[in-house]
Design a protein around this ligand. Structure first.
Ligand code: CU
Length: 910
């Protein structure tokens, strides 16, 4: 075996035929047909040398060729153009420093200016599809498509135990010790950094995102990383550092380690502040070889310099002398009271760990994954307007959560923004655990700036696409992302395995700060300002000013099938959507499969999700994806613009310019909207049966109305009549309490937080869909915080009846904690004797958000089998802000496993 140590920045090697000998980068992508090229990087030389000698199962890199070819694009030692070949040597795909590993040229591997261009090229050349465009966010999106498949392969190979996932946002944050306030490089703002908790044999995926000013690498100290040095971390030994703005998904493969390990930066002296513990617990079913301790306590000895550690390091290196002494030693980041200014310390909570483990155990059907959501303001530019957006981990749209049916996802939500925030896991039923559901003042008080909350996302029978979003004020405009719920291991989709999965998020962009938009809307009493653009995956598309370069582009390969995972995250309108010359086949909605429904256009409500198959079966060309809003409310203003993305077939051809445009229904085509939604059907197969309640215990009829209420006495209503808009369900405008309904209910101390009297039927009866001549006094509803109690396992039929009181409009109604079957819908007033016999009880779609048509009604059925406190509301943001919401309390059942679980210790205080 030839082990040839080379200088830190790599020197040429006689075997390499590629870029190694050319530092100008001009030959970086030339062909290299020699499968066993030894490259010249000090890093990869070792690996390839091992490869040459052994070429067997003990390769230090993961073999993926036997399972799938998803990861074939990164053949080590191969040129990227040779992607069709399956090679057993598969370094990771997903991040900047790794991409450089595909380039067997050492001297430019870690170059400042080279890697980003290479990222773009490598991905464009080696994947069958990906979105592209310019700017930071687009690159991020590209990575996410391919990383998923790769991670699943790795997890599969190593699948002994659970897979957990963490996000490490490396960033400068302010900390004060010894009366000195300074910026520290930290992970997730914590000093010391977060603790990783896993079990022996688990796999931990860590998405390392570098938002600091320095290069960084992370080492998992004591983790052997069997056959996978790629994630080990020492800079210039196993990887080039992650540059500022870059990211790298690292795999932490635990094997026989058990006990305490740690992680730390392995570049310069960053580890002074960038470090944390790894708890490796015994496998499930095994115990410590000593008596079970009552609690576990971190104990980290560290050092503190008042000076910036990078200064300390650079002065030390340039001086040639000893480094400056630290100014304090620390225990868990604190000097202790023998130092100046150090007596008042933060006490740590040791209870959270035990609590999470208990919960995971209760719900332990499948894997437990962990994510970190750092809610923070970050700069983004659209329509030539640069502004601060509230985001999760700096991303707009936010990160995708990927899990399998039945998994448990733990999300550490850390609020580093300026506003209160809550996060809702839309469509996740959270069995017996409303504590993590998220609607502010219904199940929790918001997470204040500087606060954090560890939320459990308990997946049960959901499968398909769901999403998460903020559920406080109007923050969800920018704080949202997808949840992919894959089939369980060993099961498959009820349709042909798609070649790739593509996020498809319809959103809205305001040039103004969304908090301003919200506050002006609320104080005016009038309609909100229209958005300035609609977006697809955060990009308006080239029909808007300044937006051509950022347009989302989906590259497809002729003959392949793509699964679009779609959500309408827009705030105030249902959307039409289509792709030129391509029909779309809906195969799922709201986390449940449907019979395939093929259509030339799609209708999707705010809050709703759709799984859509796109077959690349048209002549090679460029085709527009387009979406615009549906609005049949006469005389109402709305954002009547069109957002676009582009489907681009791979290959050599001359593309139409501009791309071919799809035909979408007219903006006010109510029939197009109604007919599409009414065509959805459950799969209702042996593998995916339905369970629609046939015998009903509770029959409810709820009217949905737009109303008026008098302006506050000293209010600033803009409307000339002295009234403001309101909205109601059964003539009650929901009055948001200032403390959480769930806490009041669980503790049995109501204190007037809510009333028990939500009516089963409309208190005000009239010809609901009469268009004119309605009594003007009917427009004024009551206000209240009334709840509807349901018995455990009670079967419920609920008919939503739209009214035309102030103005008729579709209402996409969303129920938390349950899915429901949509058994009927129609125009006009619901008439029991006529409409019930026409219900679909054979294959009604299972949904969580359903658009109740303007001038019409919709009937749903569900079983109240999830004890807790569950919000139900219109998902048009302006309507829920006007009060179109109410609360169900599903009472506990008789057995202990039919009762609400206890709250976590870190519920945000009111
Ligand atoms: Cu509504």
């Amino acid at each position: 075996m030839a082990y040839r140590p080379v200088a830190k920045h790599g020197k040429k090697n006689e075997v390499s035929t590629s870029k190694a000998n050319s530092n100008d980068g001009s030959t970086s992508r030339q062909q290299n047909k020699n499968a066993n090229v030894v490259n010249t990087s000090n890093t990869f030389e070792v690996l390839n040398s091992l490869d040459e000698e052994k070429n067997d199962e003990n390769l230090p890199i993961i073999q993926s060729s036997t399972t799938t070819n998803v990861a074939t694009s990164m053949d080590l030692g191969h040129n990227v153009n040779e992607i069709q070949h399956i090679n057993e040597n598969t370094p990771p795909i997903s991040a900047t420093p790794v991409v450089t590993s595909t380039q067997p040229a050492s001297s430019s591997l870690c170059a400042e200016e080279d890697s980003e261009g290479d990222v773009e090229h490598v991905y464009d050349e080696t994947r069958t599809f990906m979105a592209s465009g310019s700017g930071y966010g687009t690159k991020k999106m590209k990575m996410s498509f391919q990383a998923l498949g790769f991670l699943l392969i790795l997890s599969f190979i190593h699948a002994q135990a659970a897979t957990l996932r963490y996000t490490f946002v490396v960033q400068e944050t302010n900390h004060t010790r010894l009366c000195t306030n300074k910026q520290l490089l930290t992970v997730n703002g914590q000093f010391p950094g977060p603790t990783i908790t896993a079990r022996r044999g688990d796999t931990v995926i860590v998405d390392v995102i570098n938002r600091g000013d320095h290069n960084i690498t992370i080492h998992w100290h004591g983790v052997k990383q069997p056959r996978y040095p790629w994630s080990d971390g020492p800079e210039f030994v196993t990887q080039c550092p992650i540059k500022p703005g870059g990211n790298f998904t690292q795999m932490v493969f635990l094997s026989d380690e058990e006990g305490t390990l740690w992680w730390h930066a392995h570049s310069d002296w960053s580890r002074a502040t960038v470090h944390g513990l790894i708890y490796v617990l015994p496998r499930l079913g095994t115990t410590y070889p000593f008596r079970q301790p009552d609690a576990e306590v971190p104990m980290i000895i560290g050092e503190w310099w008042n000076d910036d550690i990078q200064n300390v390091f650079e002065e030390f290196m340039s001086s040639g002398a000893d480094p400056a002494n630290s100014d304090a030693l620390t225990i868990n980041g604190q000097p202790g009271d023998l130092y100046n200014c150090s007596a008042a310390e933060m006490k740590m909570s040791f209870q959270a760990l035990g609590f999470l483990l208990i919960l995971s155990f209760i719900h332990a059907q499948a894997a437990t994954l962990r994510y970190t959501f750092v809610v923070q303001e970050t700069n983004h530019t659209r329509l030539c307007t640069n502004k601060q957006l509230l985001t999760v981990n700096g991303q707009f749209p936010g990160p995708t959560i990927t899990a399998r049916r039945g998994d448990t996802v733990i999300v550490d939500v850390i609020n580093r923004g300026d506003h209160n925030i809550t996060i809702h896991w839309h469509g996740v039923k959270q069995p017996r655990y409303p504590w993590s559901d998220g609607p502010e003042f219904v199940t929790q008080c918001p997470i204040k700036p500087g606060g954090n909350f560890t939320q459990m996302v308990f997946l049960s029978d959901e499968e398909g696409t769901l999403w998460w979003h903020a559920h406080s004020d109007w923050s969800r405009a920018t704080v949202h992302g997808l949840i992919y719920v894959l089939p369980r291991l060993g099961t498959t989709y009820p349709f042909r395995q798609p070649d790739a999965e593509v996020p498809m998020i319809i959103g809205e962009w305001w040039n103004d700060d969304i908090q301003n938009v919200f506050e002006e809307f609320m104080s005016s009493g009038a309609d909100p300002a229209n958005s300035d653009a609609l977006t697809i995956n955060g990009q308006p598309g080239d029909l808007y000013n300044c937006s051509a370069a950022g347009t989302t582009r989906i590259q497809v390969e002729s003959g392949k099938t793509y699964l679009l995972r779609m959500v309408n995250a827009a705030m105030n309108n249902i959307a039409f959507f289509g792709i030129a010359n391509h029909s779309l086949t809906v195969v799922g909605t709201d986390g449940a499969y449907t019979k395939p429904l093929t259509s030339t256009y799609i209708v999707i409500s705010p809050g709703q999700t759709l799984d859509i198959l796109l077959e690349a079966n048209q002549p090679r060309n460029h085709y527009y994806i387009a979406s615009k809003l549906f609005n049949a409310q006469r005389g109402s203003a709305f954002d009547n613009t069109t957002t676009t993305a582009i489907v681009e077939y791979t290959g050599n051809y001359t593309a139409s310019s501009p791309p071919i445009f799809p035909v979408l229904p007219a903006f006010n085509d109510s029939n197009a909207s109604f007919n599409f939604t009414a065509s959805l059907r459950s799969l209702a197969s042996a593998e995916h049966p339905i369970d629609v309640p046939l015998t009903i215990k509770r029959t409810l009829l709820y009217t949905l109305s737009i109303n008026l209420l008098p302006c506050a006495v000293n209010g600033t209503c803009e409307r000339a009549d002295g009234n403001r808009f309101a909205a109601s369900i059964n003539n009650i405008t929901f009055d948001m309490p200032s403390t959480s309904v769930l806490q009041a209910y669980y503790r049995g101390v109501n204190n007037g937080v809510y009333g028990p009297d939500f009516p089963d039927n409309p208190p005000l009866k009239f010809n609901y869909t009469q268009r004119t001549g309605l009594n003007a006094s009917w427009r004024f509803p009551e206000t209240g915080t009334d709840v509807q109690h349901l018995k455990h396992n009670e079967t419920v039929e609920l008919v939503f009846q739209g009214t035309n009181l102030v103005g008729g409009v579709d209402h996409p109604m969303h129920l938390h904690g349950h899915s429901f079957y949509v058994v009927g819908a129609g125009f006009g007033n619901f008439k029991r004797s006529r409409d019930v016999p026409n219900y679909n009880l054979v294959d009604p779609p299972l949904m969580q958000t359903i658009a109740v048509p303007q001038n019409g009604w919709t009937a749903i059925r569900f079983k109240a089998d999830n004890p807790g406190v569950w919000f139900m509301h219109c998902h048009l943001e302006r309507h829920v802000s006007w009060g179109m919401g109410m609360v169900f309390i599903v009472r506990n059942g008789k057995t202990t496993n039919a009762r609400v679980l206890p709250p976590p210790p870190d519920m945000p205080p009111c």
